[in-house]
Design a protein around this ligand. Sequence first.
Ligand SMILES: C[S@@+](CC[C@H](N)C(=O)[O-])C[C@H]1O[C@@H](n2cnc3c(N)ncnc32)[C@H](O)[C@@H]1O
Length: 225
Amino acid sequence: MELFDAGAAYDAVLEHNYMFHREIYEDVAHLLSHRQEPFTILDLGCGTARYMAQTLRNCTVTAYDGFDLSESALREARNNLAHLNCPVTLHHGDMLGGLTATTHKREVIFSGFAQHHLSWENKAAFFEHAHRVLHDDGMLLLVDAAREPDEDRDTFLDAYYRRIKTEWKALTPEAQDEVCCHMREYDFPETALDIHALAARAGFAGRREVNQFHRHHTWSFTKTP
Ligand SMILES: C[S@@+](CC[C@H](N)C(=O)[O-])C[C@H]1O[C@@H](n2cnc3c(N)ncnc32)[C@H](O)[C@@H]1O
């Protein structure tokens, strides 16, 4: 089950910027604009790619590959990405499976608010394969929610639930509860420290916390410091 499949709740979240997409994707755009050369990009857990599609407007992309479990989100992604002047391939399937099967090197690997769905072991495999697939001068950009250093999963979920209840006013109480139930079942956020440790173990020598909005982080990882 993927709650955000239906799109309505997540669309409202994006519309009202509850997860700071506006600020986060500004940072992503800024980082991508520094790349001198045209680049290929893998977008793991792309969803509708609504924000990524806008972010890539000012970039020279030579190939975009998106992976997602939701067919309906991919249908929307196809429309959102139609302006890209390059091959766009949307894969319906598991992002780790897709990444594991990728043999061509890419300059940019991106994942937004999706990696927390993976188990600890699969997050480790995600970093290992991202390291293998990245060009030597490539960049892994990861956006995700993370637990505070002293938070266990239940404490994180309780705090997130309180925030949804008090701030996500555009969602009905039922929709708020549905989001929370979904999170209790499917979300396994790590701490920022653990994310950095997994990246280091996979061989990423460059590890940077780009920004943090509430519990939402943006990290960049590179092969060289
Ligand atoms: C919260 S949405 C994020 C969408 C978009 N990347 C963003 O930044 O707004 C998470 C997406 O990850 C997808 N997803 C979750 N687990 C996945 C997996 N194992 N493989 C591929 N996609 C997955 C969901 O279908 C959903 O579209």
